[in-house]
Design a protein around this ligand. Structure first.
Ligand SMILES: Cc1ncc(COP(=O)(O)O)c(C=O)c1O
Length: 396
């Protein structure tokens, strides 16, 4: 038996839709991408969803929109100016952080709770300085940050909130989808995520103006995809196919990605129900080890209805973590570090202007003692029993 970190979740429907796109020769961003955006916005309960070619691109687009001269911040807030600070959790993926730096900001790393794996609200508040303009909660591994606490802090200090939800599609906070609480939220549809478009990402917002700014920056700075073509400047005298009103990238998805999205999204609730079932069974199976103090498993933040992305656990110390990881790999269970561990300890940070606010003891513990194994909709009882037995035999 082999438990891999991820398993494919697509089938004949996605393949047939892709083939239809290829045969039609409409392969660059078009009706299928638009249809997926509309369906996604409806599903998430937001006004706008802007589809891009990865979750990293979604973060890039979001931060460059916030840094753009045409950005209109919510009342009392500021955009991202050169040297402005953004608070991020120390335990996150690299491309939560790089786009902030690329857009001219300074990431400020704060500690995470080793039980819930989420950024600590009290560490966020303590990290705020005169140049702090934004906060980027990351809902790690399908759990949720304490969004009530973070929203209160954001409101008290006039901070823009950009939720990196790339690991938590379908996770809810007080009944509402995470990623829809901030000014913007981003999602990823990479192969191993809750649904996949092979590669792909989404930015969501309720702000009409900001949505057009995102669409403009997504594709060349031109006006083609804007709801209001003259929003950023009068281009009526120009050929409307080639009117440029801003800087921009090309972060567009293809119709093949849109084709996947159209068929994957209706399956999301079912996939997440299966994830929740497997999570409960694994938690029950591992409960004796938790009671003995051999491991801790991710504690769901009160108020969250999670959709576990992987199944993380922490051992007592780093030596045990290493031995357990070797045992599981030898037994056919793939394991990996919890996201990137403490990003402050990644070599790249030596070249990146940043600030570490306070101690990162929780993030260090997550890095040194944490691992996770795969959690996907295909899990059955035999998979759960196999994983529980292999972990239990290690501690015997
Ligand atoms: C928290 C977080 N942000 C951003 C990303 C980037 O997403 P993508 O792999 O689609 O570029 C990931 C990837 O897994 C992630 O975990």
């Amino acid at each position: 038996m082999r438990i891999r970190l991820s398993e494919p979740t697509y089938g004949e429907e996605e393949i047939a839709e892709v083939l239809e796109s290829l045969r039609s020769t409409q392969v660059s961003m078009g009706a299928k991408c638009k249809g997926f955006e509309q369906a996604f916005a409806r599903y998430a309960g937001v006004k706008h969803a802007v589809f891009v070619n990865s979750g990293s691109s979604a973060n890039l687009l979001a931060w460059f929109a916030i840094a753009n001269p045409l950005f209109r911040p919510p009342e009392g807030c500021k955009g991202l100016y050169p040297g402005a600070e953004v608070i991020v959790p120390a335990v996150t993926w690299s491309t939560t952080i790089w786009p902030i730096v690329q857009a001219g900001g300074i990431p400020v790393l704060v500690d995470c709770d080793p039980l819930s794996l989420q950024m600590r609200p009290e560490a966020v508040e303590a990290a705020i300085g005169p140049d702090t303009v934004a906060i980027s909660p990351v809902h790690a591994l399908g759990n949720s940050c304490d969004l009530d606490a973070l929203r209160r802090i954001g409101q008290r200090h006039n901070l823009v909130m950009m939720e990196d939800t790339c690991e938590a599609l379908g996770t809810r906070w007080q009944g509402r989808m995470v990623g829809t609480f901030g000014l913007l939220g981003t999602y990823s549809f990479f192969f191993s995520h809750h649904i996949t478009t092979i590669e792909g990402g989404m930015v969501v917002t309720d702000d009409d103006y900001l949505a057009d700014l995102l669409r403009c920056l997504r594709a060349h700075g031109w006006t083609r995809d804007l709801a209001d073509k003259n929003r950023f400047g009068d281009s009526s005298a120009l050929d409307t196919r080639f009117a440029f009103v801003n800087t921009g990238f090309n972060l567009r998805p293809t119709e093949l990605n849109g084709a996947f999205g159209l068929h994957q999204l209706p399956k999301l609730d079912g996939f997440n129900a299966q994830r929740r079932q497997a999570t409960q069974a694994l938690s029950a199976g591992l409960a004796p080890l938790v009671a003995q103090g051999d491991i801790s498993v991710m504690a769901v933040t009160p108020g969250a209805d999670p959709a576990f992305f992987g199944f993380p656990l922490l051992t007592r110390d780093a030596v045990t973590r290493r031995a357990l990881a070797e045992h599981l790999e030898r037994s056919g269970i793939e394991v990996r570090p919890i996201i990137c561990g403490n990003m402050a300890r990644q070599p790249a940070m030596a070249h990146v202007r940043h600030r570490v606010a306070g101690r990162l003891d929780g993030a260090d513990r997550i890095m040194d003692c944490g691992l996770y194994f795969g959690m996907h909709p295909g899990y059955d009882n035999a998979d759960v029993a196999f994983v529980v037995d292999r972990i239990s035999e290690f501690f015997q």
